[in-house]
Design a binder for this molecule. Structure first.
Ligand SMILES: [Zn+2]
Length: 101
């Protein structure tokens, strides 16, 4: 029997992807919006591809604001962009990990 992968929709491009391929953005109880790298914190979550382009799209379409039902400040997008940039790099490095053997 094939294992069913839980699919989530990216708030940027709208594509359905496996949970592990997406990053989770979390709204905490204090109305903070953070990138939840572990995916284990409590709160309202939204999913996004690990790339800055999707975050840009989410900002334009207000996908994140709709998911969280709150206004998202530019500074929050800025810090999310930075954090996603780090993931973007690590994904890329993992993709061609032939070096250092
Ligand atoms: Zn996306």
């Amino acid at each position: 029997m094939a294992k069913k992968i839980p699919m989530r929709q990216c708030i940027g491009c709208g594509e359905m992807k496996g949970k592990k391929e997406l990053l989770r953005i979390l709204r905490t109880q204090d109305e903070e919006v953070i990138l939840d790298a572990t995916g284990r914190k409590n709160g309202r979550g939204a999913y996004i591809c690990p790339n800055a382009e999707c975050l840009k799209r989410a900002k334009k379409s207000k996908g994140l604001e709709r998911s969280f039902k709150m206004k998202i400040a530019d500074e929050i997008y800025d810090s999310l962009t930075k954090e996603i940039g780090i993931f973007e790099k690590s994904v890329r490095n993992a993709g061609n990990g032939d070096e250092g053997r």
